[in-house]
Design a protein around this ligand. Structure first.
Ligand code: SF4
Length: 318
């Protein structure tokens, strides 16, 4: 049964709201739900918020020249890659902005894929297309690279309204090139509240046929996650709500149990809880991966409700 706001109104232990810390307590004074981390399996690296596109719905608020999160350099991430390897990490994953806008990104990806499988979120438009000659040699690295390309809707005009004219065709050109070279590719699409997922994905497959792209590409559908600093009014998650996920196994789909994300703040690299919460400093868990895994993560951010209710996850096997 869907969990409604009404169902989450606390029935016990209502405390004086202002006497409580908003990190640990809801507006109504109940204890918040939380996640204790398990072990680091996937390390995300936020390459920076600069992007060649300026989509109004972007959960990162990215656009050309944006510096909310500065660009990563290889020298920034190298020590964390080695710390993660020492902790048994299984995958390195990258998000932006558009990673290929960042000058050092191909070097970072080259370095990471010497050590573990990699996963890259990209719009597969000009920044990737211009660097094809640099990306191709990465196929020979010891570990595979999986690209997840954003293709919002199976409708060029609707996709291009927000991403800019010609973006749909460029992304398809990027997808076709990646697939033709032998890289693994999947698609990040946007979900419509009332959609029939099979119908939506069949429409994509028809377009792939027209473009000569093999059809069995996997899809991940995302709800609207809001822009940075926004609050969509989602219900707050209390400790009682978490009774729905009582065991370690049942909580395993929350990315904060097994991932961390590196985010550059000014000149320092900080470790955040997951890929969805870089706009709230309370999810900054420290300057090393080891210390970040000891922190209890309170489910305060409105995007935590997407994890709670829909199992939203940015992760994918490589
Ligand atoms: S957004 Fe999801 S993965 Fe991130 S801290 Fe909240 S519950 Fe955990």
């Amino acid at each position: 049964m869907p969990l409604t706001a009404e169902k989450m109104i606390p029935v016990t232990e209502v405390l004086e709201p202002r006497a409580r810390d908003s990190w640990t307590h809801t507006r109504e004074g109940e204890h918040r739900g939380y996640i204790d981390s398990d072990r680091l399996r996937e390390l995300w690296i936020h390459t920076g918020t600069a992007c060649n596109l300026a989509c109004p719905f972007c959960l990162e608020g990215s656009h050309p020249g944006d510096g909310r999160i500065p660009g990563m350099k290889l020298s920034d991430v190298e020590p964390f890659i080695h710390e993660a390897l020492d902790m048994g990490v299984e995958q390195f994953s990258f998000t932006g902005g558009e990673p290929f806008v960042i000058r050092d990104f191909v070097n970072i990806l080259d370095y990471a894929s010497q050590h573990r499988p990699c996963f890259v979120l990209t719009n597969a438009t000009d920044p990737l297309l211009k660097r094809r000659h640099k990306v191709l040699p990465l196929l020979d690295n010891p570990h595979p690279i999986h690209f997840r390309v954003s293709l919002d809707y199976p409708d060029a005009a609707r996709h291009d309204v927000d991403r800019g004219e010609g973006s749909f065709d460029k992304a398809l050109e990027g997808i076709r090139w990646l697939v033709d070279q032998g890289f693994k590719v999947s698609i990040a699409r946007q979900s419509d509240p009332m959609e029939d997922p099979l119908q939506a994905e069949n429409a994509f497959r028809g377009i792939f046929r027209e473009w000569g792209i093999p059809e069995p590409l996997a899809f991940t559908a995302f709800p609207d996650l809001g822009t940075p600093g926004s609050d969509d009014g989602s219900p707050e998650i209390t400790e009682n709500c978490m009774e729905k996920y009582p065991t370690r196994e049942s909580r395993a789909h929350f990315m904060c149990t097994y991932t961390r994300m590196l985010v550059k703040k000014n000149d320092q690299v900080r470790v955040f809880a997951c890929t969805l919460v870089d706009d709230d400093p309370q999810y900054d868990l420290g300057g090393t991966l080891a210390e970040s895994m000891d922190e209890r993560i309170m489910l305060r951010h409105h995007r935590c409700f997407s994890c709670y209710r829909f199992g939203a996850s940015c992760s994918a096997p490589t």
